[in-house]
Design a protein around this ligand. Structure first.
Ligand code: GLY
Ligand code: MN
Ligand code: MN
Length: 436
């Protein structure tokens, strides 16, 4: 059986279990449709419902839907406008079409008409902000127990999903190499971003999130996406956090570069080694929370080694200093979404782990298990807003912090597939080494 055939079988089984556990007899997964801006008729970039592309690798066919009743073949209503304003999106003949009953429609109401009375007992999953979908007499819209059940199991990726994630990482790595080259050639942030897109043959709306393309102190702004159009007179450091999608699956990669050998290059290298050491601690049974704390201790050690803070790694962590330099979570699930859902779910019945007060931005609290895919993305930055709380600290060597500030900071981010007993796959490093 092909990887896709196995995948859709798994998706069917997961829907069977979720529907049976939550008492619904069928489901209608709506692909969604673009929203328009206020007082305008221009559509915003369209993002397909992730639970639609979970079934089939179709990401650019808004107003389509999948109807599934356990035991029956899924029905795909594929919307293709008969419309002289827009070009029809080409949906090539592919394997997925053998696994579904395909119905081409050119009017979204045809879905409801075709389903008739069946609509009344089905659970609708998707956005229904527009007519006529908003008025369809479905049993319920986005019931939380059904979504939780599906989201819990989505954490375990099928072989086909991992194939797609591998390709997404290859694409993004290609973009990253072009961006690195543009940085060393002295380009400004916008030109670097354009080099990134161009190397992947992507338009901007195709990347899974706004690329973070940051020179110098901009690297300390966690979600920096302004893109200056003038290069700074001295381009000292470069942090790029940028992804790609392949058949609906996302890559999310960060790399940091120093223009010259010296203090900042050494810091990047130390962070890279610490990240790789952390990668070797990932195995089924450990908790992702403990990995996050382990990374804090490594980051704290680097803060001590580089003379930013006096004290042991443990003391630096306990006093909260490492959180000022590393304020975000170690990572998150990744797959159909960059921040794949389900990181707080304790089980498929919707129970969840309480958010941790010490680490409020950590999005993943589940134990590590085989088949999960998540990012590992430690960082170390000068965020003045967070350092204010420690302004009177005698432990912090402020002249050292001042030395780092013009470089912004460092983040290194890879995506990992958890294998049995520590036999993990690093999708990101493997992609870079294929291209080198
Ligand atoms: N690029 C967003 C993140 O790393 O989570
Ligand atoms: Mn990430
Ligand atoms: Mn990222």
């Amino acid at each position: 059986m092909s990887h896709y055939a196995q995948h859709i079988q798994t998706v069917r089984e997961r829907f069977d279990a979720a529907l049976s556990a939550t008492g619904f007899s069928s489901v209608l997964v709506y692909a969604g449709q673009p929203r328009v801006a206020f007082l305008d008729d221009n559509p915003a970039p369209y993002k397909v419902n992730p639970l639609f592309k979970y079934w089939i690798p179709v990401t650019q066919s808004p107003k389509s839907a999948i109807f599934y009743r356990p035991g029956e073949k899924p029905v795909v209503y594929l919307f293709q406008a008969r419309d002289f304003w827009h070009a029809a999106v080409d949906v090539p003949e592919e394997e997925w079409q053998q696994h579904v009953e395909l119905k081409i429609i050119d009017d979204v109401q045809a879905i409801a008409n075709d389903l008739g009375e069946q609509l009344k007992d089905c659970a609708f999953i998707g956005e229904n902000f527009a007519q006529p979908v908003a008025d369809w007499p479905v049993a319920t819209v986005n019931p939380a127990p059904l979504l939780d059940h599906l989201h819990y199991h989505r954490a375990y990726k099928t072989a086909w999903e991992v194939d797609n994630l591998r390709q997404a990482n290859l694409l993004a790595a290609r973009g990253h190499l072009a961006a690195r080259e543009a940085f060393f050639a002295g380009a400004d942030e916008l030109r670097i971003h354009q080099a990134y897109l161009s190397a992947m043959n992507f338009r901007e709306s195709e990347v899974p999130y706004n690329s973070i393309v940051a020179l110098n102190e901009h690297s300390a702004i966690l979600h920096y996406d302004i893109y200056q159009t003038q290069a700074p007179s001295e381009s000292r450091s470069f942090l790029i956090d940028a992804g790609a999608t392949y058949r609906g699956y996302c890559a999310d990669i960060t790399r940091t570069y120093a223009r010259q050998a010296g203090f900042f290059a050494d810091l990047v290298e130390a962070m890279d080694s610490a990240q790789q050491e952390l990668l070797s601690e990932i195995k089924p049974g450990v908790s992702y929370y403990d990995l996050h704390v382990s990374q804090h201790l490594k980051t704290a050690q680097i803060l001590a080694d580089f003379g930013f803070i006096n004290g042991s790694a443990e003391a630096i962590y306990e006093k909260g200093y490492s959180s000022a330099f590393f304020p975000h979570g170690l990572g998150h699930f990744i797959g159909l979404q960059v921040h794949d859902v389900g990181g707080f779910l304790r089980s498929d019945n919707g129970d969840s782990y309480p958010r941790d007060e010490r680490h409020p931005f950590l999005r993943l609290l589940r134990p590590v298990e085989e088949g999960q895919v998540f990012t590992i993305e430690p960082g170390l930055y000068v965020v003045d807003q967070l350092l204010e709380a420690h302004a009177d600290s005698k432990d912090i060597n402020w002249d050292k912090v001042d030395q780092l500030r013009p470089y912004g900071g460092v983040r290194i981010e890879d995506s990992i597939v958890v294998g049995g007993d520590g036999n993990n796959e690093n999708l990101t490093r493997d992609a870079f080494s294929k291209l080198d």
